[in-house]
Write a protein that binds this ligand. Sequence first.
Ligand code: TYC
Length: 101
Amino acid sequence: MTGTTTHLEPRTRTRTERPKLYKVILLNDDFTPRDFVVKVLKAVFGMSLDEAYTVMLTAHQRGACVVAVYTFEIAETKCARANEMGVSAGFPLTFTSERED
Ligand code: TYC
């Protein structure tokens, strides 16, 4: 015998869960001016003019367009800010968020 004692540490396994992701979706309507939609996309979602125009046009032509994907709180906050800009200006502009599958 060597007189040494070996301690076995219990293994704790920490698993890092991936956060659930949420799509922010822009819905088309017949009243909000195109320029206003572009302005909101730039202001709230940090898009360039080109990106914002493409997203706006896609929603206009197809009825809806995914704007971006975020974690829950960021998606909710951005939707709320974007919808508030619409309400303040008297337009029915609508952003929604839904869980990504
Ligand atoms: N359809 C609107 C118009 O013709 C423009 C528009 C585009 C509105 C996209 C909302 O998500 C939207 N003035």
